[in-house]
Write a protein that binds this ligand. Sequence first.
Ligand SMILES: [Zn+2]
Length: 450
Amino acid sequence: MGQLGSALLHGGIVLTVDAENRVFEDGWIVIEAGRITGVGPAQTCPKAANYDESFDLSGHLVLPGLINAHTHSAMVLFRGRSEGQSLLTMDGWYNSIREPELSLKASDIGPAVALSCAEMALSGTTTFCDQYFFADEIAAAAAESGLRAVIAYGIVQLGDEARGAEELARAGAFIERQRSGDGRIVPWFGPHAPYVDNSEALLRAEVALAQKYGVGMHLHMAAGPEDNEQTERLYGLTATAALERDGFFSGRVHAAHCLDLSDNDIAIFARSPAASVAYCATAGLRSGRQGICPAVKLREQGVVVALGTDNVAANNSYDMIAEMRVAGLVASHRERKAQPLSSHDLLRMATIDGARALGLDHETGSLELGKAADIIAVDLTGPGYSETPDPETLLIYSGSGRDVRHSWVAGTQIVRDRQLQQQDYVAIRNTYSETYARFWDRVARAKKVA
Ligand SMILES: [Zn+2]
């Protein structure tokens, strides 16, 4: 179906994730001109003949496309390259990623991001939030994939003032360029790990620029122990409090990880107009860090908590259904309580709360009239699924991204019968393999020279 066509999806269990959390056991949705123009129960289902296409989704769960609120899609090149290293400490990152990262070229990025986008699309993600270097290349590959994305221009200064100023100018130019798009790609700023690799002056300049352009900031916060250590030493403040002092919390700020938040840090998030957290449970757990994101407490205080996979060197997968499961398990373990995050909470975190975190809830995150048709259908007819009164728990604790059968972004079908529609997966995979071989060969040669 083209972007301007129409379609009727019927027969599935529709989880709207709207404000009343309406669930239609045998529901339907109409897509017209890229938007949701109807949704309801079987008895009000319109005639299939009125639409260009119709999909019988009996045996399927139909829900809003999933939102991966934190990743670095180019880092698929490092998948499986950080075993035994904690990617949430500076040490672990330097030991496994930083050196090969210096050999990255702009031409490596497109093929890597294309593969990541394909994996995300095939496992039910329709929107992702990315932060890395080579933002233009990421944006181009994301646009081509058909996914919706927030791309934060990653800034690291690493003690080099001239480099900081240069990067800031480049980041501004990136925002200018990408703003002219169709709105599916949203440019932001992304200081990597504040204070660890950016100076206070640069951070303040970034805040001023984000305000000037009216864009959000996506960054790592209280992710590694160094974040708080550094700001405590310099200012006697936690990283969160130091960032509040520097103006970060006056606009939209979306912080990844947040493993070591004090009660005062949580209060800062709660009193800020547009602050949110990307809880990356798998990456946090795998890092071996003692801290665990206080997702339950943050939500109790009214803070928007979204879910993210982080990069696939830290996670190894973009499967957001698996990520919901781990997020729930980790919260149960942290709070010493049975499911303090219910399956419904987890589903909201991976859909509408992700959209709220990214400032996109007017457009995506729930199945409601007028929103963009960002929709997935998950096939529940295979092994592992059986009758249950609770389809949300079935999805999260029995489900897998591999069971996503169809996916639409803004009404364009990007996955049909488990196959990419807008792009050729085999071609993407082959180009990626060549890129991967070239990249690691370059890394090996750089090592020999050094
Ligand atoms: Zn990250």
